[in-house]
Design a protein around this ligand. Structure first.
Ligand code: CP
Ligand code: NVA
Length: 300
């Protein structure tokens, strides 16, 4: 079986630590690896993307490889070709495939039929590539992640779930504050060798107490547009602003996976101010994913 990256829990704690170290090296020397020399990676998008597409395409190029970007409406998949057949063909041509899709089960089906590594580029349940960049951003600010407290304030969605899974694997204590009806599941399974923890709160101020970073994501994710009004009402008190950062640990900074909606989940002052590492986080997608591609493709 090829290595897969569907939830992030496929990595051991030591592999994750090594991946972050490697990502720091690649950030310092972006053209130093030829891990994908003349090999191709397919990227299937069933949903829009800015950061994921750019960071994967450029990162694959920097590794000496070639990205084949496939919008799902251009594939025979859109006309009913089986997932299995699509994967059987892709496996004959490319070294790995990244997939962004609405249903996590669809990704699992693809992975089941794949002879090559499958990378989750976002599903309704998980966004593990984002979490790698988040951890890299925290590593740049702190030599060790073990025992650091990171707060996430807002919708208990794919981004929050991946932060909890990969963050706890990296040794973080992840505190998630969400309103009733929008919380992460309280029985979320963390990886067996996770040394960190996940604690759920209703009160954002309790979650940020002692936190070195305060993370938020959109209130209305892709696919949630039909409940947008209810979400904005329920999440109105879960905005990341200067006052919430003041309630966190001294020197705490804001994080956001983007796209942002200034005035909703984060204020423009924080988003464009000097108490954030959000734009570093966006850049770190590329460096972290290059380290992931090296691990999956060279280890295949
Ligand atoms: N953060 C993130 O995944 O952004 P895109 O949706 O633009 O890829
Ligand atoms: N939670 C958001 C993340 C976007 C990168 C969504 O799924 O739309």
């Amino acid at each position: 079986m090829p290595r897969q990256f569907l939830t992030g829990a496929e990595l051991s704690a030591s592999e994750l630590a090594a991946l972050l170290d490697r990502a720091l090296q690649l950030k310092a020397a972006p053209l130093s690896s030829r891990a994908l020399d003349r090999r191709s990676v397919a990227l299937i998008f069933q949903k829009p993307s800015t950061r994921t597409r750019i960071s994967f395409e450029v990162g694959i190029d920097e590794l000496g490889g070639h990205a084949v970007v496939l919008r799902s409406d251009e594939l025979q998949l859109a006309r009913g070709e089986a997932l299995r057949d699509t994967m059987l063909v892709l496996s004959r041509h490319v070294a790995a495939v990244g997939v962004r899709t609405g249903q996590h089960e669809m990704l699992e089906q693809l992975a089941k039929h794949s002879a090559i590594p499958v990378i989750n580029m976002l599903t309704n349940l998980h966004h593990p590539c984002q979490a790698l960049a988040d951890l890299l951003t925290l590593r740049e600010a702190h030599d060790s992640l073990a025992g650091l407290r990171v707060a996430y304030v807002g919708d208990g969605n794919n981004v929050a779930r991946s932060l909890a899974i990969l963050g706890s694997l990296a040794g973080l204590d992840v505190a998630v504050a969400s309103p009733a009806g929008y919380a992460l599941e309280d029985d979320l399974a963390l990886p067996a060798d996770a040394r960190g923890s996940l604690t759920l709160y209703a009160d954002p101020r309790q979650a940020v107490d002692g936190a070195c970073a305060v993370y938020t994501d959109v209130w209305v994710s892709m696919g949630d547009e039909h409940t947008a009004d209810a979400r904005r009402a329920a999440l109105a008190d879960y905005r990341v602003d200067d006052a919430l950062l003041d309630a966190a640990a001294p020197g705490a900074f804001a994080m956001h996976d983007l796209p942002a909606h200034p005035g909703e989940e984060i204020t423009a002052e924080v988003l464009y101010g000097d108490r954030q590492r959000i734009w570093d986080q966006a850049e770190n997608r590329r460096h972290a994913q290059k380290a992931l591609l090296e691990l999956l493709v060279e280890g295949a």
